[in-house]
Design a protein around this ligand. Structure first.
Ligand code: CS2
Ligand code: MG
Length: 402
């Protein structure tokens, strides 16, 4: 089999997505997600100008060789743009391989290790009462794990809280908006939120919380300690992770489990975190971390240290990436949990897919390959629109981590 064409479909059905379509001389096609929120066209140009011309004529079954060709062969390694581009190609090749062998991708990764992937969804509210209602609503929908975020009193536009009753979607069309942040107010507020949420959710529901990289290690240690009575499944991104050693300080003080890695793009971003057992869940996902091929290697490395996966699954990951994450999650032994922030009905219509949710778990479905298609005619009605994630400032105007 030979690759005969490879092209991008850039569309915005409620939000931007960059999708790679690889075609072969045997009529089989593969899809890959190449969406990097707020920097979409950088990946599109990297693929279009530098990667896709090198794919034509190659044998799509040689996934590992093509991965190494794009990683080592570029000389310039790692980084979100490069690794998202490689991921898109890698996903499309696994999709083709599954179709060629008439089997779902999870079967190529060793077969199912479980009946379904436990998922968590997002609950949020402008205040504690609204957040508690939202948690209860998601439990009623069948979720067994829920992430809770609420507006912090005295902090306008807190992370994770939607504006004007809409579903939470951080990327906004136009130029970046600015939000405010106060660590002091947040640290005083978070235990009050989880006291109420745990009370309402009962003992058995898994509760999660995203700190979104906003604390120093010692502040994160205080947060983890103050949340211990509410038995979180994890606190996510407690501190920016460039300084991997910083997590040792958090670990000395708290037993609240830690998840990090949604902004990572290779094993080298989390090698120490995993080796030194400084985290419990690795969130680097298939689309930003070099595809299924690299995700599998990272998961196997993490397994040695009893670190489990908890892949990023926000709406900026397209249904193609969601499917890829579910295939990996179903197959590996050290799967932990998968984030599921449901796409809009329009996004789902543009990307018809085989994966499904039932009673707290998701399954990638049994269609050959990844089990996702794209309706190109519908996608073409929603052209790309520039959008950005917000930036954050402290109350005195200092720029901080959003
Ligand atoms: C988040 C995301 O889902 C998460 O855990 O941290 O909302 C994140 O902010 C976006 O995916 C950024 O693109
Ligand atoms: Mg997060």
């Amino acid at each position: 089999m030979k690759i005969t064409a490879a092209r991008l479909i850039v569309c915005s059905p409620d939000r931007n997505f960059v999708t790679l379509l690889v075609e072969t001389d045997e009529g089989l096609t593969g899809l890959g997600d190449a969406t990097l929120n707020g920097r979409e066209l950088a990946v599109a140009a990297y693929l279009e100008e530098h990667v896709l011309p090198c794919l034509i004529g190659r044998d799509p079954s040689r996934i590992e060789d093509i991965w190494q060709y794009l990683y080592r062969g570029a000389y310039w390694r790692r980084g979100p743009v490069t690794m998202t581009a490689i991921a898109a190609v890698d996903m499309a090749l696994w999709d083709i391989k599954g179709k060629a062998l008439n089997t779902p991708v999870y079967n190529l990764l060793g077969g199912a290790s479980r009946q379904g992937c436990l998922v968590y969804t997002h609950a949020n509210g402008a205040d504690i009462a609204e957040a508690v209602d939202s948690v209860q609503k998601h439990i009623a929908e069948g979720y067994l794990a829920v992430r809770a975020q609420a507006g912090v009193p005295g902090v306008a536009s807190s992370y994770g809280v939607p504006k004007g009753g809409k579903a939470y979607e951080p990327a906004e069309r136009g130029l970046p908006s600015e939000s405010l942040w106060s660590t002091e107010r947040y640290l005083n507020f978070a235990p009050k939120l989880f006291e109420q949420v745990r009370l309402a959710a009962g003992e058995d529901i898994h509760l999660l919380h995203d700190v979104h990289h906003r604390l120093t290690p010692i502040e994160a240690a205080r947060l983890g300690k103050s949340l211990e009575p509410y038995r979180l499944f994890w606190m996510e991104d407690p501190t920016p992770a460039e300084l991997q050693d910083g997590f040792a300080l958090i670990r000395q003080h708290t037993t609240t489990p830690i998840a990090t890695g949604e902004v990572f793009n290779s094993l080298w971003d989390c090698k120490e975190l995993i080796e030194k057992q400084l985290i419990d869940y690795i969130r680097m996902t298939v689309v930003h971390g070099g595809g299924i091929t690299h995700a599998r290697k990272v998961a196997d490395f993490a397994a040695i240290y009893q670190v489990r996966t908890g892949y990023h699954g926000a709406t900026d990951l397209s249904p193609v990436a969601m499917a890829a994450a579910l295939h990996v999650g179903l197959a590996i032994h050290n799967f932990g949990i998968q984030e599921h922030m449901a796409h809009t009905a329009l996004t789902d219509e543009v990307f018809p897919h085989a994966y499904s949710f039932q009673a707290g778990y998701m399954h990638p479905g049994d269609r050959p390959g990844l089990g996702v298609e794209i309706d190109e005619a519908l996608a073409s009605r929603y052209p790309y629109q520039r959008a950005y994630l917000p930036v954050a400032r402290k109350l005195d105007g200092t720029l901080t981590d959003w």
